[in-house]
Design a protein around this ligand. Structure first.
Ligand code: NAD
Length: 281
């Protein structure tokens, strides 16, 4: 029988320089977050900045002013380099420009949170084609293109990294939204695609030291709901959630730091629900 103890030390914790808490640090890493003007995105970017990473905040060019103000606030609070970059993730030219800007402004990319997304009203069986297409362009093609430039930069620069995609409970099950907000057919289809894309990349990119994981938020109170949720709808939606509440954006921060950091070095191809138990039903 072979003994693999040399390859897989059983008591690494005994090493003088070993510290599991240090593995959660993002010091020295560089990354970008799409949808960074939105609730989940800006909270994620703040978490990465607090953990020591330099971060590019990426959102629609129309939101550049808001991004610049967030970048100044985060740089000031956490003492790292936070920059603002406008990009429409559904536009191939805009994403190509983003790739150049990321290398110019950060030097490289070690971690990326591909998170921009929309959920349009009236998204059900009679949805007009243009709404269907827009949802696919942003949620699915946007994740594809921004994920692609991230792993291309990592491979071109000869180092590994961590990609994190935002799926949704709606990508795993057909949610009965309790009437508020309206249904989400094309949204669900795109999020199921995001999960499978995440898994494909995990298999294809492992030889390069690049990990690929997704998060699956349940109901997180953020911009995506706009003012579409009534008090009655809120209560109806939460009938399906054992925790009986929405999450706050900051409740996703721990998972997002973990997945970006070396503490998750053997975690790839996963899609972790953070949903107050919604998917148990
Ligand atoms: P949000 O509306 O606050 O943020 C989404 C951001 O994406 C916005 O800032 C928006 O400007 C940006 N965006 C939209 N189209 C874009 C484009 N073409 N190019 C670049 N940026 C674009 O909503 P959020 O809840 O923070 O959503 C973030 C992600 O989380 C989305 O992918 C969403 O589908 C997903 N999600 C949210 C929930 C929830 O309950 N909030 C649940 C599951 C999944």
């Amino acid at each position: 029988m072979a003994n693999f103890d040399d390859r897989y030390p059983l008591d690494k914790w005994r090493d003088a320089d070993h510290s599991v808490m240090k593995e959660f640090s993002l010091a020295g890493k560089k990354g970008f977050v799409t949808g960074a003007a939105g609730g989940i995105g800006r909270s994620a970017a703040a978490a990465w900045a607090e953990a020591g990473a330099d971060v590019a905040l990426v959102d629609l060019p129309a939101k550049l002013e808001q991004l610049e103000s967030l970048a100044a606030e985060m740089s000031g609070k956490y003492g790292v380099n936070v920059v603002a970059l406008g990009c429409d993730v559904s536009d191939p030219n805009s994403v190509a420009e983003l790739k150049t800007a990321l290398v110019d402004r950060l030097g490289t990319v070690d971690i990326a949170f591909l998170n921009a997304g929309i959920c349009l009203m009236g998204d059900s069986i009679d949805i007009p084609f243009d709404k269907w297409q827009k949802t696919l362009d942003i949620n699915l093609s946007g994740a594809f293109m921004t994920g692609q430039i991230a792993h291309q930069i990592m491979r071109e620069h000869g180092h590994g990294g961590s990609l994190i995609f935002t799926s949704s409970t709606a990508g795993h099950t057909v949610l009965n939204m309790g009437g508020s907000p309206a249904p989400n057919m094309s949204y669900s289809v795109t999020k199921a695609g995001v999960t499978r894309y995440t898994q494909y990349l995990a298999a294809a990119l492992a030889p390069y030291g690049i990990r690929s994981n997704a998060i699956t938020p349940g109901y997180i109170w953020s911009g995506i709901f706009g003012d579409s949720v009534t008090e009655e709808g809120h209560d109806a939606m939460l009938q399906m959630v054992p925790e009986r509440r929405f999450a706050r954006n900051d409740e996703l921060q721990g998972l997002l730091v973990f997945l970006a950091s070396d503490a998750s070095s053997y975690v790839t191809g996963t899609d972790t629900p953070i949903d107050g138990g919604l998917l148990v039903y």
